[in-house]
Design a protein around this ligand. Sequence first.
Ligand SMILES: [Zn+2]
Ligand SMILES: [Zn+2]
Length: 242
Amino acid sequence: MKLQMIGTGNAFAKKYFNNNALIEQDGFKLLIDCGITAPLALYELGIGMETLDAVLITHMHGDHVGGLEEYGFQMKFKHGRKPVLYLPDTLVEPLWNQTLSGTMTQEGLEKLEDAFDVRPLRAGEVHELAPNLNVELIRTQHIAGKKSYSLLLNRDVFYSADLTFDRDLITTLVRDRGVRHLFHEVQLEGVGQVHVTLNELLSLPEEIQAMTQLMHYADNKNDFEGKTGKMTFLEQGTVYSI
Ligand SMILES: [Zn+2]
Ligand SMILES: [Zn+2]
C-alpha cells in the first residue's frame, strides 16, 4: 500500500493543506477525507480528481468534507458520472441535509445519491473496498454531538482521523490486534479538548511511539522537530510505502 498525505495541517493551518490522505493499493486510488483545500492540494500534486476511484469520509468538519461539493460537481459537469463516496452510514443523511444540500441542490440534485454513488459503511465491520484493500470504521470521540470515526486499513494500519486521546484503543489495537502502523493526529500545544496532544501521545510506551507517525498538525510543527519521542512527523506530499 502507498500512502501520500495531500495535506498534513490541522483545521486552521495555512502552511499545510487539510489533513487528507491518498491511499493506493493495486492501482486503486482512495482519498481519505476531502477537505476545503483538497481540490487545490491534488492540483498542486498533479493529480486530477477524476483519477480517484473513491473518497472515504471520517466525519463532518470542513477540513474533511469541504471539498466534496467541487468533487461532485467536477465529476458531474466535466466527466458525466457519479463518484464513489464511502462514508459511515450514520453520516449519509446529515452530510446532505446539514452540509451539501445548501449549495448543491438543483433540479435533479435533491439527495446525496443524486450526486454520488453512495456506499454506506457500518462501524465495526470489515468492508472490502477493492482487491487487497479493506477498511473497518471505529467509532471514536471527537466533539460532543458529532459522530466521528477512525479507520483500520487492511487490519494493520490505524488512521486516527480526529479524536480525543484513547489509550485503551491504541494499546488494544497494537497488543491484541497486531496493528503495526499508527497514523495519528496531534495537537502540538495546549490542553486537548477535542484533539490529542503531543504530551498525551508521549505517555504511550516507546514501542508504540516507534510505530506512530504524526499528522493534522499546526503551522509551527518545525518547532517540535526532535521533541516527539520515538514518533516522527508525516510529511505532506511524500509517498510512503507501507
Ligand atoms: Zn480535522
Ligand atoms: Zn474534526
